[in-house]
Write a protein that binds this ligand. Structure first.
Ligand code: SF4
Length: 872
């Protein structure tokens, strides 16, 4: 209870794989406040900007509140009967492999468990895959090749106990901010050395002792070079090697590689090799920069090879460590949510494993073969081989590579079900049946984070409208398809107990994932369950794996993999000379269906962008704030140009988040090809070949309104503001009548205040009752207007707006850097002039003093200002 007597509930953040504990205090009106849980082992009270803004994302605006069939509201009975009938008919006519589920790392473990059981055990197909395929499938494949199972050996504490942390393809500062904060604090306390391996300079580099700006996709060449160095300098752990096999082949393979392929200098390479060889306690963190590659699995194994060779695995402060992008990617792996996995880390291709799971479930037709992985699944949908598709809690029409074709495939499918919180996503708009699902704060169950800690997500808000839990929806369809007893679940606790009991089978097979110690947990114990790291058995709870040299392969030894560097699948050609790197921004999550609702998160980066090196920008004739047309053989996208030396030459970067709802021309997956890793099936999302040219519109504009509006221009990007909405626009066609255009855009009556100045800048403002209702600033070239000032004027009795700049009493704070305290770039730059120390700037402006997510960005601004000053 807080001071006002409101009940507080512990739960887990639904965003990244750090899995931070949160304390929720509902306000009784459908909202809540969110604070970090000091008792949660993942975050110990810390939260990043996204976690702190969770309370702003739970409104019912835009929520799907009732089932819909072909766009018309219906009741659950009718919708579920239709879903069950269509799946049953399709299976009867075309066989079990004619249907598929595509699910999500956002689902809870209990949701995953039921969906997987239904597809693999009862429908009898392996065709259930998950958006985690885009996230960490290469790690799963790499772990299984080396360890025999998909086991994360270490724990978060290892980051703090290490003397050297190597971050490979991981912008920890933006993508796993609380882990970054833990590492930064450890570095301050005992001088942990940090190496960042990344083709571009990211905010994470602010704490790097060494940044290896290698060429895109050359990680295997780097780690093969490291393995050779470890061999040459006698840094191998011969005793530990006795627990492994395949070293000779691995070193022979590594010796054939050339670390010069990385583009790094000999000095950089040997500095890294020396640091690694000379430091016992090394943790190598790797993430999507490794996984999202056509050679992602080999990259993972090249890292694991180095840790196995030195025996630096499973001991405090050392080991390879995959950090997952999604909150329950690990729970999905545990329940078999990937098409090529059985439940509980067992193998589909193993007849004994299949028999054991089949018996446990009393399953009539357990699948004997792996199903289609995500990219192949949507290709099969497009080819008409999959005729009934159920997409749960994810937005593949935006997030899958070759998104245009994926959207067409979904549209062409005979029968598509989407269960989601919203009906207006790019994917849900293509569905025949849309089912309202509970969202975070409303649902109840468990998630597993990157270091194997199982935590509870708890419901604190009542179910809106007719929304139901995903496990409940899948169970109900299972019952209606004829398997009443197998899916007669009444609660998440009941499913969790079954999941835990099933994992006891893996213990019998001598496998890693065993939480059978929780199989008898009562409902009240489940409700009170504290974060607990697996395994959880009568013999042990938590801890690390592989210190004892025992692995889950047939002979109990770890396997070295002989891997060689291979270039990214798509080859650069004169027509497509650039490699496009993609990733996340600090304050948005996936396709923004939730995070875009939080005002403070929308302030950070209001527009999709192309971060491009100055040399490339000069070649292309691009200036900052131009719009670039980025195109590949698959499609095109339009992005605002952000010129920065942080980008690699020849390899610009663009974020993944924008969709048809927020910036239709900036759906980045339209240009990303579906080339995949041969072992993991994970798509190569960070090395697409593209061409870039300047897009020259007839006019550009900045528009604001107190009401939501939907532009129809070729380019637009819209976000919320404190008092309404703001958008950037660009179009090929100049309106004949600007007033009429603005009235149509804002769906507003009346004549605007209207000014056209000598430079051709058109300025219009609509007022109602003396307060600003909407405004449009348009120009043939770029629009010079103090945007934050203009947006802050919405709904206000303001004068002088059409001067398009703030008055002396309202200085423009600039784009937001600190989302928590709403501190802008201009305010921070002003503070830097009078004090160059990070702590001084933070204390003067307040920025970075709450969650700390923006501190790397502030440090970056300080460093760049110092550089500029030194050069002057
Ligand atoms: Fe959520 Fe941020 Fe923690 Fe990730 S680091 S779980 S986004 S609070």
């Amino acid at each position: 209870m807080d001071g006002a007597g409101l009940p507080k509930t512990k739960s887990t953040c639904p965003y990244c794989g750090v899995g931070c504990g949160v304390i929720l205090t509902p306000d009784g009106g459908g909202g809540m406040t969110v604070e970090g849980d000091p008792d949660h082992p993942a975050n110990k009270g810390r939260l990043c900007s996204k976690g702190l803004a969770l309370g702003e994302t739970v409104s019912l605006e835009g929520r799907l509140l009732a089932p819909q069939v072909n766009g018309a509201e219906t009741d659950w009975d009718g919708a579920l009967e239709l879903v069950a009938d269509r799946f049953t008919e399709t299976i009867a006519q075309h066989g079990p492999d004619s249907v598929a589920f595509y699910v999500s790392g956002q689902l809870l473990t209990e949701d995953y468990y039921v969906a997987n059981k239904l597809m693999k055990g009862f429908i009898g197909s392996g065709n259930i895959d998950t958006n985690s395929r885009l996230c960490m499938a290469s790690t799963v494949a790499g772990h299984k090749r080396a360890f025999g199972t998909d086991t994360v050996p270490g724990t978060y504490e290892d980051l703090e106990e290490a003397d050297l942390v190597v971050l490979v393809g991981s912008n920890l500062a933006w993508c796993h901010p609380v882990l970054y904060q833990r590492l930064a604090a450890a570095r301050k306390e005992h001088g942990t050395k940090v190496v960042v391996v990344d083709p571009r300079r990211t905010s994470t580099c602010d704490i790097a002792d060494l940044h290896l700006k290698l060429k895109i996709g050359t990680d295997v060449a780097l780690f093969n070079g490291l393995l050779c160095h470890l061999f040459e300098v006698g840094a191998l752990d011969k005793e530990y090697l006795a627990h492994t096999e395949g070293f000779d082949a691995a070193i022979a393979s590594a010796s054939s590689d050339d670390d010069g392929e990385t583009g790094l200098s000999d000095q950089q390479l040997s500095a890294f090799y020396r640091m690694f060889a000379g430091t016992e306690k090394v943790v190598t963190i790797f993430s999507q920069g490794v996984n999202q590659s056509s050679s992602g699995t080999d990259k993972v194994n090249s890292i694991l090879n180095c840790h196995l060779a030195t025996g630096r695995i499973g001991r405090p402060g050392m080991g390879p460590f995959s950090v997952t992008g999604q909150p329950n990617a690990m729970g999905g792996r545990e329940t078999g949510g990937l098409a090529n996995m059985l439940a509980a880390h067992l193998d589909i291709e193993n007849v004994e494993h299949r028999a054991a799971v089949s018996e446990f479930w009393s399953a009539p037709s357990i699948t004997e073969t792996a199903g289609l992985k995500a990219v192949d699944m949507f290709r099969a949908v497009g080819e008409g081989k999959i005729k009934a598709l159920w997409i749960a809690c994810t937005n593949p029409a935006v997030s899958m590579p070759d998104a245009g074709d994926v959207a067409s495939a979904i549209k062409s499918c005979d029968f598509v079900v989407v269960s989601d919180m919203f009906a207006d996503t790019d994917t849900a708009r293509l569905a025949d049946v849309v089912l309202p699902a509970l969202g975070w704060g409303e649902k109840d169950g468990t998630v597993t984070n990157s270091d194997r800690t199982i935590s509870r997500q708890r419901a604190v808000l009542s179910a809106p409208g007719q929304a139901r839990a995903d496990w409940d929806i899948f169970s109900e369809v299972g019952r209606r398809m004829g398997w009443r007893d197998a899916f007669d679940y009444q609660s998440a606790a009941e499913i969790f107990r079954e999941h835990a009991a099933l994992s006891g089978i893996t213990g019998d097979f001598g496998r890693d994932f065993d939480i059978s110690g929780l199989s008898d947990i009562s409902d009240s114990e489940f409700n009170a369950l504290s974060p607990t790291r697996w395994p959880i058995t009568a013999e042990r709870t938590g801890g690390r794996f592989f210190d004892d040299g025992k692995f889950y392969t047939d002979n109990g030894r770890a396997r070295f993999l002989p891997v060689r560097f291979t270039k990214p699948a798509a080859r650069r050609a004169p027509k497509y000379p650039y490699r496009l790197n993609t990733g996340r921004v600090r304050d948005q999550w996936h396709t923004m269906t939730r995070s875009a609702r939080a005002l403070r998160l929308s302030r950070h980066l209001a527009e999709p962008f192309l971060q491009i090196h100055p040399a490339d920008a000069e070649d292309l004739g691009l200036q900052p704030a131009d719009i670039a047309r980025v195109y590949s053989p698959l499609g095109e996208t339009l992005l605002r140009v952000l010129v920065s030396e942080d980008a690699a030459i020849g390899a610009p970067f663009a974020p993944i988040h924008w969709t048809g709802e927020t910036a239709p021309a900036a759906r980045i997956s339209e240009v990303v090809a579906g080339a995949t890793d041969p072992f993991s099936g994970q798509p190569e999302s960070k090395a697409s070949v593209v061409a870039i040219e300047k897009y020259i519109p007839a006019w550009t504009a900045f528009a604001i309104s107190t009401e939501a509006f939907r532009p129809t221009t070729r380019y637009w990007a819209q976000v919320r503001t404190d008092h309404g909405w703001r958008a950037e626009l660009a179009s090929d066609i100049t309106p004949d009548d600007w007033s009429a255009y603005a009235r149509a855009l804002f769906d507003i009556d009346g004549e605007p205040e209207f000014v056209v100045d000598g430079s051709g800048l058109v300025r219009m403002a609509f007022y109602a009752d003396g307060c600003l209702k909407a405004a449009l600033f348009a120009a043939p070239d770029s629009v010079a207007v103090a945007r934050d000032f203009a947006a802050s004027a919405l709904g206000q009795p303001i004068t002088g707006l059409l001067a398009a700049r703030p008055g002396a009493d309202r200085p423009d704070p600039g784009p937001t850097v600190c989302s928590c305290l709403n501190v802008g770039r201009n305010q921070i730059l002003a503070a830097i002039e009078s004090g160059v120390d990070l702590e001084q700037v933070c204390s003067k402006t307040g920025a970075g003093t709450n969650c700390g997510s923006c501190r790397p960005e502030i440090a970056d601004l300080i460093a760049k200002t110092q550089l500029r000053t030194a050069a002057e």
